[in-house]
Design a protein around this ligand. Structure first.
Ligand SMILES: [Zn+2]
Length: 336
């Protein structure tokens, strides 16, 4: 078991703590989206409740019930568990924390350990974080809190200080590729593509195996990007306007799209530098090679930094229309 997290080096550390029975009261699991924070949390919950000698086995009743979200001693608290369905919930509220405090006071119901997973510790409201802090300060036997976060800087420092920190870093593409072939039975070519597109986050690759729409959507977006690059200002400004509207509805989609732009231009740079074997968009190798012929290395470099700048400006709440229009104006034309 321990799935793909095995290659992170955290497993021996956790197994050692489990063996000695010396677990902290809470772990803070830090890492980018889709890196495997929830997988690690569930694996830990399984290890604590597993009935087999080699824990977690993945096959016993406890392991299976935890994996399918049916185990009554494992609770996941996140935004979607908020009770207000009509309005978009933006924070994990104090009621949700009071709820788990109440549940934590009772002994485990069907397993050996109660595990509370807070999916998005950066989303805790101030009140909720302070309430949780009190809980973390008074450990209860056989209760473990797992706080997951993509943005550690937004978690209350006093909460962080009460947790043992586990950091998950992006994995090498080669190990994701191997794991996709071995565990998900993905064809080698597709495994290589997904591994590269995942940017080291195995969860992204696994989602893309399970939901083909993810790869289709990425291809459509890349086609659109290529069309914007090859067309004149009219199409570019129309694109900027469309992205601006999208930004007001869903910021993340626009950030993701900028990520595709950056990947595309980085690939061009790699082709120019003679490192075609390292590109991300391996299914567009021919198009990249063709386009690289008409662009100079320095203009590609400059545009990549403009893309990165635009992404960080959007994160810092600059006017999306302005940022995107300036970006469109700066797309380098054919120079060679
Ligand atoms: Zn088991």
């Amino acid at each position: 078991m321990w799935s793909i997290i095995e290659s992170t080096g955290l497993v021996p550390l956790l197994q050692n703590s489990l063996k000695r029975g010396q677990l902290p009261n809470a772990y803070l699991i830090v890492g980018p989206a889709h890196i495997g924070k929830m997988t690690l949390a569930l694996n830990l919950a399984q290890a604590l409740n597993c009935d087999a000698p080699d824990r977690p086995c993945g096959g016993c009743m406890s392991c299976v019930r935890i994996a399918s979200g049916k185990h009554s001693d494992i609770r996941i608290i996140g935004l979607e568990t908020g009770n207000s369905k009509e309005t978009k919930v933006k924070e994990i509220g104090i009621e949700q924390i009071r709820d788990i405090q109440h549940a934590a006071a009772l002994p485990p119901f069907e397993g050996k350990f109660k595990v509370f997973i807070i999916d998005g510790a950066e989303l805790l409201s101030n009140e909720a974080a302070n309430c949780l802090l009190k809980t973390l300060e008074e450990p209860v036997e056989n209760v473990l809190y797992l706080l997951l976060t993509v943005k550690e800087s937004s978690v209350l420092p006093t909460v962080i200080s009460r947790c043992q920190r586990l950091e998950l870093n992006p994995l090498p593409a080669a190990s994701i590729e191997k794991s996709l072939i071995k565990h998900q039975h993905v064809e080698p070519d597709k495994a290589m593509l997904l591994a590269r597109l995942s940017h080291g986050c195995p969860g992204w690759a696994i989602n893309a195996v399970e939901d083909e729409a993810i790869l289709d959507e990425r291809s459509e977006r890349l086609e659109k990007i290529r069309s914007v690059i090859s067309h004149g200002f009219e199409e570019r400004f129309a694109y900027a306007a469309q992205m601006t509207t999208q930004f007001t509805q869903n910021r993340r989609t626009v950030q993701e799209e900028l990520g595709l732009w950056i990947d595309w231009w980085r690939d061009l740079l790699l082709v120019k530098a003679g490192s075609i074997d390292r590109i991300t968009n391996i299914d567009f190798t021919e198009d990249l090679t063709e386009m690289a012929k008409s662009h100079g290395i320095s203009q590609i470099r400059v545009f990549i930094s403009r893309l990165q700048e635009a992404a960080s400006q959007l994160q810092m709440n600059a006017s999306p229309r302005l940022v995107l229009e300036v970006l469109m104006l700066n797309i380098p034309g054919r120079s060679i």
